[in-house]
Design a protein. Structure first.
Length: 346
């Protein structure tokens, strides 16, 4: 799993822990935590009084009244619906978190057992409101309170460290791309080089100096290819748009046999897919004086996009999974001989 995917799962878990209903539930657990010392003192006094002949019945009554008042406060402030719905939501959130990370953790298992324990002791408490069930509820609630607070603090520390980004000028644009496949070293480097070629070609068309606005890396991870880059904002936006157009075309033209309808190596066909002229005009470029350059660039860009996206089972751009219909988990292309352009393979 890539670090950004861990960040996403941590964000989801943290959102649950900070939600309004879970905050209300945490306030209830906090109250039980505050009650622990008070309850323990009262219970000890009651037990001691039985062995101490000097304790009057009036004093014993005061100790027992303290416990009764505590039970009444719990009954007033903690409602069954909030307890049971919150525990169910937390169980679901932690279950998804472990499933997505695909890792078992003793710490998570401990919290999971605390969910079950609190549910059982609270159910017992609302049935008999006995001294013993009160003690169990306060103890169980206090344990879960500290576990959830520790989880929130630890997840925040991890999230901050993994989410830390390279500082760059706000005027620049950024792009994140995940290609979910297993790459050789050679293929991995080739994909990165493709991004650079796309950037360079678009800088040329937009009359932007690469020396003034070089393409830079924020983050890069191997396994599946994950890269976050930044550069001149118009160029980065164009790269994002072209990736979307190309991915959309590949999915639209996947046949029921799983093959891609190859398109002729003609600039008209390429233009209908990439809409490069339209995008350049939107960027303020006069394309009529660059017709020959635009045609050559269209072919080069199409080939590089094909190189970047060919055979990908999943393309995720800026956190958005690009797919159409039921093709989310299918390959866009067969890498052996299906290409965006005929003759696109060297």
């Amino acid at each position: 799993m890539q670090s950004f995917q861990v960040v996403e799962q941590l964000e989801t878990l943290r959102e649950v822990l900070k939600s309004t209903d879970i905050n209300a539930f945490m306030e209830c657990l906090s109250m039980l935590n505050d009650c622990r010392n008070q309850l323990n003192t009262s219970m000890v006094n009651v037990l001691d009084s039985k062995a101490d002949t000097n304790v009057t019945s009036q004093q014993l009554g005061v100790y027992r009244k303290n416990i009764t008042n505590l039970q009444a406060e719990i009954k007033t402030r903690i409602k069954p619906k909030l307890v049971f719905t919150s525990l169910e939501r937390l169980r679901t959130a932690f279950s998804i978190f472990v499933e997505e990370l695909n890792q078992e953790a003793a710490y998570i298992n401990t919290i999971y057992s605390q969910f079950i324990e609190l549910e059982n002791v609270y159910d017992k408490f609302i049935q008999d409101y006995s001294y013993s069930s009160t003690v169990e509820l306060v103890s169980s609630g206090t344990d879960l309170f500290h576990s959830l607070k520790n989880t929130e603090e630890i997840s925040t520390i991890i999230w901050i460290n993994l989410h830390n980004q390279y500082e760059h000028d706000d005027s620049l644009g950024s792009l994140s791309l995940l290609l979910d496949s297993d790459y050789t070293y050679k293929d991995f480097i080739k994909k990165l080089e493709t991004l650079q070629k796309l950037y360079s070609e678009l800088c040329f068309l937009l009359h932007i100096s690469e020396s003034d606005f070089p393409l830079r890396i924020m983050k890069i991870e191997s396994g599946s290819l994950f890269v976050k880059i930044f550069g001149e904002s118009k160029v980065i936006q164009l790269i994002s748009d072209l990736i979307k157009e190309t991915t959309s075309f590949l999915y639209r033209n996947k046949t029921t046999e799983g093959k891609i309808e190859s398109i002729p190596r003609k600039t008209e066909a390429i233009e209908s897919i990439l809409k490069l002229r339209e995008k350049l005009q939107q960027a303020g470029i006069k394309v009529d004086v660059l017709d020959e350059s635009v045609e050559k660039s269209s072919i080069l860009l199409a080939e590089e996009l094909n190189c970047l996206l060919a055979g990908q089972p999943k393309v995720e751009l800026n956190g958005e999974i690009l797919h159409v219909g039921n093709y989310k988990t299918q390959k866009l292309l067969d890498t052996s001989n299906k290409y965006l352009l005929e003759g696109g393979k060297d």
